[in-house]
Design a protein around this ligand. Sequence first.
Ligand code: FES
Ligand SMILES: [Fe+2]
Length: 427
Amino acid sequence: MAVQLDSLVQGEGSIVSRELFWRPDIYELELERIFAKSWAFLCHESQIPNKGDFFSTYIGEDSVLVVRQADGSIRAFLNVCRHRGMKISTADEGNVRSFTCTYHGWTFDLGGALVSVPNIEKSFNGRLRTEDWSLQPVSKLENYRGLIFGNFDPEAVSLKEYLGDMALYLDLLLDREGGTEVYGGVQKWRVQTNWKIPAENFVTDGMHLAPTHTAAVLALAPEEFDVTKVPGFGTSTYFTSTGHGGVVNDADAESQRRGLNAMLGPALAEYYYGLAERLRPKYGAMASYVHNIGSATIFPNFSWLAGRQTLRVWHPKGPQETEVWTWTLVNSECSEELKKQQRRTSVQTFGPSGIFEQDDAENWSQCTATMRGYVGRKLTMPYLAGQDNGDAKHPGKTLSAGNGGASEGAGRSFYRHWLQVMTSRGR
Ligand code: FES
Ligand SMILES: [Fe+2]
């Protein structure tokens, strides 16, 4: 069956077919047209500080190694031996002088050049030119304030152009005196869901906050917490015309402060309020986004939460499975105590043991499970909230549904862009 993509996303992203979330042929096209051509977050530079340090990750389903070179630069290449395709490293991370394939012993240097083949003279008699069989490099690599991004497409636009207006929101996460660093290891686990469902949740879904998470908020809150003062969870979205965006909580300042105190603990919450004040001369009112209880996604599958400082990649593992990777990002200027508290709160709320993430993952896997039925998978879904504000005309702006409601403007933008890329009308 040929894929008729245009009929699957209608009304400028306001009606989306559930077929996007289960069809294997659509998933295969996504690997080709989205993941092999998009900028992907690979790791933070602090994870590979020394010569020979490497970190193993994925772009789409392609296994990739990110390696610190002898001259301090960073390179990345496919983790695929050029002989028979064995992984040249099966470790998650480490430090090496070179990579030796465990199958037939070919050895590649830190830059990916093939430098040794066992018995090369006797076996190949001059027919194997080692310079022809280097590791396949990731075509483009860029460092944005410590985050390393890679792209397999040699024709890709620069990362700056790719991020567009979204760079401002990354700056609000990363522009710190003394920089940022990853604290602790990467948590990895699998959820039975299509990768777009969590990416969409982080780009646009303010609507789920109260129904899904109120019990978790109350579990974290101090005993004297007044249940009737749980904020209304009205949210706005902001977005670019290229599928990036996020959610901003519209709750009043006092409710926000109570929520942040409950989630981060008073010392860390106060640190963020102080940080926002320091950033205010540069970013104006936007400075409060450093502690606003919101979320964000860079198309296609890199997300984060402000305040909780959890970075995450939704690695696709087939149409109905996602491997979630999370990092805790801390500001280098923080005391060891605050960094520990950041890690603690990040792991407590989000991640495989996070009480909020448990709520979310249950929803995402059930939304995916209902697509096993033939009739259910043919339905369409509405992304209509906040549409009256004419969001298609306002990329880069914050869009509110008004009246304490939630806008799905960034979701419409996400699926509009998905369709553009999948039909090769955009990049
Ligand atoms: S597959 Fe790597 S040396 Fe043969
Ligand atoms: Fe959630």
